[in-house]
Design a protein around this ligand. Structure first.
Ligand code: FE2
Length: 218
């Protein structure tokens, strides 16, 4: 087992994009909460996998996990899928190709080849372990199916295929680790996330800048 690397913070630019673009306060709070927990799960898994010898860029995971739902800012608009909208927003803001590709993954990919690196698989999987809290993959998929199938956002067949891919990714991740999927259910909030939340909620820009300069997450 290699020494665990520190988790890089996302950039202040990402946090501001996440915080700034939502017109509705409740939606912003929910998307931010979800995204920060997805980041918590994704960076945890990424560090563990990296310590187990896998080649993973933690900075990309940290940033892309926070940004993965950025396109929800425009989802109200008809015919706009949030991954596509996310890609547009991040291209305009000059983000790297690696991050844009992760944000552009469809919520329910139909081919595992779309998840062709660890960073993509980790963020995709973490998103399917988090609603407003960390849950099991089955609970999350059931919850999504209950809302999305009646709304015709996805068919049962597409859902089944996506589920098969998600289970496969879960198996791939945990086959490399000494922990089980249930062991991340009570992953506690890291100190950095507490700061990120405070900055996002209270718009503490001057403190944020100091924080981003000086903070090193464990
Ligand atoms: Fe998400």
């Amino acid at each position: 087992m290699l020494k665990k690397e520190k988790t890089p913070l996302p950039s202040l630019k990402s946090l501001k994009i996440m915080q700034g673009g939502f017109s509705e306060k409740k939606e912003r709070a929910e998307v931010l909460n979800h995204s920060l927990i997805v980041r918590r799960v994704a960076t945890h898994l990424a560090r563990e996998l990296k310590a187990a010898g896998e080649d993973i860029d933690l900075r990309i995971v940290s940033e892309a996990a926070l940004l993965h739902d950025v396109g929800k800012q425009k989802e109200g608009k008809k015919d706009v899928s949030h991954p596509k909208e996310g890609v547009r927003i991040l291209k305009d803001a000059g983000f790297s190709k690696e991050i844009i590709e992760i944000v552009g993954i469809p919520h329910f990919p139909q081919k595992k080849e779309e998840l062709d690196n660890w960073e993509k698989r980790i963020v995709f999987y973490a998103d399917l372990r988090v609603g407003q809290n960390i849950v099991s993959l089955d609970d999350r998929l059931k919850d999504i199916a209950k809302r999305w199938i009646p709304e015709k956002k996805i068919t049962q067949k597409e859902m089944d295929k996506a589920k098969e891919i998600a289970k496969d990714v879960e198996q791939e991740i945990f086959s490399k680790l000494d922990i089980e999927p249930d062991d991340i259910l009570d992953l506690s909030m890291p100190r950095a996330e507490r700061y990120l939340r405070a900055i996002a909620e209270r718009n503490l820009e001057d403190r944020a800048i100091k924080f981003f300069k000086g903070f090193r997450e464990k």
